[in-house]
Ligand binder design. Structure first.
Ligand code: CO
Length: 299
């Protein structure tokens, strides 16, 4: 890997880990989801990072992709199992990490542990030439040994320049996928453990969007909003960021228009099919003889 790229990834990783620890400390019963999201994003920016995607805070049966709406009124409730998933970039060099906070009964610490241990064991399998199914196998065995289900239709991923989700897929179970990892490859591993189905479906309403194409746009409102979206470098963004500059009806009109034209794709919250509780742990790692975990916290 290019030394300059590695240096940027290390810097992004350090900010990501610090922001995650900071956010973790803010997530308490009665705290506001919107307030925590805003504060974590401000923290990343203040420390010199770019936002690789909006703060994802998913609770309970939401596995991922829940994001505070404009003027979101949600407060954390006693009993919540909260996933905090953060993306930071430096000049498009992206890192992605996540953790789970248990605001519920002590017994759910086991659920939190399941995804965290699965991540640790997955990292131990890494090396050049290792098949991705070996990573998935370690995740599956760890989560099942603690009595939970790995979420099978969510997976880890490669990361590219200004691209959060690039090939290869890093499965969360033993899929048999023989795709080999190679030296210097940047990947994110993200096991999810569930008390429910271990399969997720997409909710209908999305707050997260990403550009998937470029096409001509007629409406003046849509064009103005698209100019703002262009400043996100093709990375995922959220309604809340656009509502700073435009009225909410204008934003909603433009987002609908852009989806209809095929310029945007929506990423709705991902929900466990049996509405079980879901935990997640994630790190971004450079594959090598000695894998480098970029988003490990230092304390
Ligand atoms: Co990820």
């Amino acid at each position: 890997m290019d030394p300059d790229v590695r240096e940027k990834l290390r810097k992004a990783g350090k900010i990501n880990a610090e922001a995650r620890e900071y956010g973790k400390g803010l997530i308490k019963t009665g705290a506001s989801l919107l307030d925590v999201s805003d504060k974590v994003e401000a923290f990343i920016l203040k420390h010199g990072g770019g936002l690789a995607f909006p703060t994802q805070i998913s609770r309970n049966d939401q596995a991922a992709h829940n994001c505070a709406a404009h003027e979101d009124k949600t407060l954390f409730q006693e009993g919540d199992i909260v996933k905090l998933d953060l993306g930071v970039h430096i000049d498009g060099q992206v890192v992605d990490s996540a953790t789970t906070i248990n605001l519920g009964e002590k017994k759910y610490d086991e659920l939190v542990k399941a995804s965290r241990e699965a991540l640790n064991n997955a990292i131990k399998t890494l090396g050049p030439g290792v098949a991705v199914t070996e990573v998935g196998k370690a995740i599956q065995e760890t989560i099942e040994s603690l009595g939970f289900k790995p979420v099978r239709n969510l997976c880890g991923h490669g990361i590219g320049h200004y691209i959060v989700h690039a090939p290869p897929s890093i499965p969360n179970y033993n899929t048999g996928d023989q795709t080999k990892l190679h030296d210097g490859q940047l990947i994110a591993i993200e096991p999810f453990a569930s008390t429910g189905a271990g399969l997720i479906y997409e909710a209908t309403e999305a707050e997260v969007f990403m550009m998937v194409g470029k096409k001509p746009v007629r409406s003046m409102i849509t064009r103005n909003v698209l100019k703002e979206i262009d400043t996100f470098h093709g990375l995922p963004f959220t309604t809340r960021w656009l509502a700073i500059k435009f009225s909410l009806p204008q934003v909603n009109f433009a987002l609908r228009d852009l989806q209809n034209i095929g310029i945007l794709r929506a990423y709705p919250p991902l929900i466990d099919k049996a509405h079980g509780l879901v935990s997640q742990a994630e790190h971004s790692i450079i594959v090598g003889e000695k894998p480098e975990v970029l988003t490990r916290s230092r304390e």
